[in-house]
Design a protein around this ligand. Structure first.
Ligand code: GDP
Ligand code: IMO
Ligand code: MG
Length: 439
């Protein structure tokens, strides 16, 4: 039995979806615990490509139970008319034996999406966060402000309407008076959400109790993080972050279990760095190397389609993530994209005002001033995307991987060499390795 958490060590899009799908084969249950449909997790199986935003990336494996925890914020329209409908059309069975949703998860409401857009529009260019526009921030604001509407509220239409009216009174005031936009009608939202509740309510359950029982039955559980450590509301490059805790500790809060029930944390790390949206990015490259990474890595946001900014792997960011998440092992993704670059650089230190540091400064404007100090590794030209045997990897690839392990002090468990499930080398499977650690 093992509970394994998968988290992003960078600014998201590290390839978490691919790795969760891969390890999902070994798990009985796969759980999303934070974020919402700001996430875009890509899975490629043969000629088929799936991009999941809310449903856990284990759903493609038959007979696995996928859970959406209380920490997730849910846009019911995207879930029902986008994701569930889309998967069913592609032959994936979705019912309460395959998917369950926490009764305590908060609903993203139409006013959250509208306010997300209006707030971003009103910001001056240097203050725009470049959110995904999915209403994530305003929904979490209401949750913490104790005004949120939850999945369980859908089961009591009168109570739902009362909460909706209360909320809209304040939101419409803001929408009209501050942002000069059209107010929203409670009746229209009520009708839409009651219709959606017909699909959602049969899936509603107590996720904490299900996970607890699964632990007792010695089942393997896989927790799927969204976003990445530098987007964490507490530990990321604030204010250019998302509105949830993306670090591993939130797997416990966001699904309703305690910390001693976690056995292993797998950090997903792209072999270079990308960021989508605004905010400081110390190793960003705007030259031909940055262009190579963007083009060869096909670096476009899976949710918004925006071009991702690209740069070298940042060891300071990686070590920050290892500390903040208690990372036990790493999955390095997209190493194939580095073929053809020479040298390959790993940022090992920052300089700020002539002082060297191994930590990310807390203030965004300081991060913008950082000078990166690099260690060079020899590159390789060979196409490594079809390699099935680790012995066939060029020495330079092994040296780069060893360099990451030495610098971070954490073993590389998985090496991903392409988009497909098959294009992966597993050195140590976290589900079986975690048992060794605990015995
Ligand atoms: P996530 O949000 O962390 O799940 O990552 P995304 O799905 O947003 O972005 C990762 C992208 O990289 C997707 O298009 C994946 O199909 C792709 N990908 C994942 N692993 C690899 C890899 O090893 N090599 C290549 N070339 N692409 C990969
Ligand atoms: P996955 O799970 C990359 C970024 C947005 C923006 C900031 C805040 O696919 O790795 P939000 O809409 O959350 O308020 O936007 O966070 N962002 C992501 N970037 N991958 C993601 O998810 C992201 N989710 C949010 O681009 O900069
Ligand atoms: Mg993504």
């Amino acid at each position: 039995m093992a509970s394994v958490i998968v988290i992003g060590t960078q600014w998201g899009d590290e390839g978490k979806g691919k790795i969760v799908d891969l390890l999902g084969e070994y798990a009985h249950i796969i759980v999303r615990f934070q974020g919402g449909n700001n996430a875009g997790h890509t899975i490629c199986v043969g000629d088929e490509k799936f991009i999941l935003h809310i449903i856990p990336s284990g759903i493609l494996h038959q007979n696995k139970l996928c859970l959406i925890g209380n920490g997730v914020v849910i846009d019911p329209n995207v879930l029902v008319n986008g994701e569930i409908k889309g998967l069913k059309e592609r032959g994936i069975q979705i019912d309460s034996t395959r998917l369950k949703i926490s009764e305590k998860a908060h609903l993203i409401m139409p006013y959250h999406k509208l306010l997300d857009a209006l707030k971003e529009q009103a910001k001056s260019p240097d203050k725009k966060i470049g959110t995904t526009g999915r209403g994530i921030g305003p929904c979490y604001e209401d949750k913490v402000g104790r005004n949120g509407i939850r999945i369980c509220d859908l089961s009591n239409p009168d109570f739902f309407m009362e909460k909706l009216r209360d909320n809209l009174e304040e939101k419409n005031f803001l929408i009209q008076k501050k942002y000069n936009a059209e107010p929203l009608s409670p009746e229209k939202i009520y009708d839409e959400y009651m219709k959606l509740s017909e699909t959602i309510l049969p899936l509603m359950d107590n996720i904490s109790a299900i996970v607890y029982k699964a632990r007792k039955e010695e089942k393997h559980i896989l927790f799927e993080g969204a976003q990445g450590t530098q987007l964490d509301i507490d530990h990321g490059t604030y204010p250019f972050v998302t509105s949830s805790n993306t670090v591993s500790a939130n797997a416990c809060i966001g699904s309703g279990i305690g910390p001693t029930d976690i056995d292993f944390v797998l950090g997903i790390c792209k072999a270079y760095t990308t960021r989508v949206g605004a905010g400081p990015f110390p190793t960003e490259l705007e030259d031909s190397v940055g262009h190579h990474l963007q083009e060869k890595g096909n670096e476009f946001g899976a949710t918004t389609g925006r071009k991702r900014r690209c740069g070298w792997l940042d060891g300071v960011v990686l070590n920050d993530a290892i500390r903040l998440n208690s990372v036990n092992g790493l999955a390095i993704t997209k190493a194939d994209v580095l073929s053809g670059l020479n040298p390959i650089k790993l940022c090992v230190k920052y300089g700020l005002n002539n002082v060297e540091t191994l930590c990310m400064p807390p203030i965004a404007s300081d991060i913008g001033q950082l000078k990166c100090l690099y260690k060079d590794f020899a590159g390789w030209d060979k196409d490594i995307s079809k390699i099935k045997n680790p012995d066939d990897l060029p020495k330079e690839v092994l040296d780069y991987i060893k360099g990451i392990e030495d610098f971070s002090g954490v073993p590389v468990c998985v090496l991903s060499l392409g988009v497909d499930r098959e294009q992966t080398l597993i050195f140590k499977n976290p589900f079986t390795m975690s048992e060794k650690i605990h015995n």
